[in-house]
Design a binder for this molecule. Structure first.
Ligand code: GDP
Ligand code: MN
Length: 363
């Protein structure tokens, strides 16, 4: 789950990273009683969890006297379609230089990896693309270490000031403490008053949300949330075929087969083991509820799951889209008979249901 800038900054601050003085406001007028704490100029920052806010007009550097107006503007100014619920107002830092630093997990080496660039700021993507391998340095290190070893830190920093080193180590502390997948500071700035994280990004591993005391994953769509509440594994994709399976293996191979026949899944849902009538009904309705879904493949293997229960669930769901089913195993005959009686299509093999669905989705 992505945290907002002000939330990430709070965590960074707690891990010893210097953060500009600032306040979080929920309405423009709230800002009035905080303005005394600021000197002449402030930075007014829209709190939406998308990158490139600066370029999209979500960061306003202004005189203190105009800050309330700037906040008023940002509260109704969508950035990549998102309206902020909060705005962060900070002292304007006297920036000398902007650096980029992030820590993530390198899936290939299975180690934490630091990315560092001597030219950070809003054009980092451009730097990464055109700057050559030296522009964005990558250094991995052992997850058994609690700090970045000195020789690696020198490699990361190059000619950048040494005082960035402790910030990077503290960023690693924050990264570990918050079970993060990504901790990023862009820009990490040097000023006459020292180093500061002028921006902050933190993505928490969804599997660690409970440990982190986060009860609801804000990044989920309403359907994804409903799936989570029902204990379904559910993922949304880009195509138009809905997929329901039981067990990760069967669900994944159904997806593979769709890909194999040049189809595209809109979503997939694993109902898990022993799903009864009610659960199957919920699963079918949930998958069908995504507007992109034109046709649904139900591929279920009856073990503890009983095919007749599955059939009843499909029928109960009573959805508009065409459901093509493949059932095999416990009470298969009863299930098939029920579906046939109610006019549902069944095919005997995975290949056949998938081919049929791909054909219908393309029509
Ligand atoms: P982003 O566009 O969403 O990454 O937003 P940032 O928080 O990184 O802000 C974008 C740019 O605004 C930064 O790269 C800075 O150049 C500038 N900026 C942000 N905060 C300050 C500040 O306190 N002082 C100054 N002078 N510039 C700032
Ligand atoms: Mn930034």
């Amino acid at each position: 789950m992505k945290l907002l800038e002000f939330e990430a900054k709070e965590i960074f601050r707690n891990n010893g990273i210097p953060i500009p003085e600032g306040v979080v406001i929920k309405s423009p007028d709230e800002l009035r009683r905080h303005l005394n704490g600021f000197t002449d100029e402030v930075v007014v920052k829209s709190q939406v969890d998308v990158g490139g806010r600066g370029k999209a007009g979500g960061i306003i550097v202004t005189q203190k006297a105009d800050a309330v107006e700037a906040a008023r503007h940002l509260f109704s100014f969508p950035i990549k379609g998102l309206i902020p619920k909060a705005i962060l107002v900070e002292e304007k830092l006297p920036i000398d230089h902007e650096y980029y630093v992030s820590i993530s997990i390198d899936r290939t080496t299975r180690q934490p990896m630091i990315l560092f660039a001597e030219t950070g700021g809003v054009d980092i993507e451009e730097t990464a693309r055109t700057g050559g391998p030296e522009a964005l340095r990558r250094v991995g290190f052992s997850p058994l270490l609690s700090e970045v070893p000195g020789f690696l830190m020198r490699q990361i920093l190059g000619t950048a000031p040494k005082e960035l080193g402790p910030v990077i180590n503290n960023l690693y502390k924050a990264f570990c403490a918050s079970d993060a997948l990504l901790a990023e500071i862009n820009p990490l700035v040097t000023t006459s008053r020292g180093v500061f994280a002028a921006d902050a990004k933190l993505i928490i591993d969804d599997n660690a949300l409970i440990r982190q005391g986060i009860t609801a994953n804000r990044d989920l769509t309403p359907r994804e949330r409903e799936a989570e509440e029902n204990g379904f594994s559910y993922v949304e994709l880009e195509g138009s075929i809905g997929v329901i399976g039981n067990g990760a293996g069967l669900t994944m191979s159904t997806l593979d087969l769709i890909q194999h026949y040049d189809g595209k899944a809109a979503n997939f849902l694993d109902v898990g083991g022993g799903a009864g009538r009610e659960r199957v009904m919920k699963a079918v309705r949930l998958v069908a509820g995504m507007p992109d879904v034109k046709v649904i493949v139900v591929n279920l293997l009856g073990g503890i799951t009983r095919c007749d229960e599955v059939a009843k669930g499909i029928i109960d769901a009573g959805i508009d889209q065409h459901v093509i089913t493949r059932l095999a195993g416990t009470n298969e005959e009863e299930g098939k008979a029920l579906l046939a009686k109610n006019g549902y299509q069944m095919l005997d093999t995975m290949e056949d249901v998938v081919k049929q669905a791909v054909k219908e989705a393309a029509a």
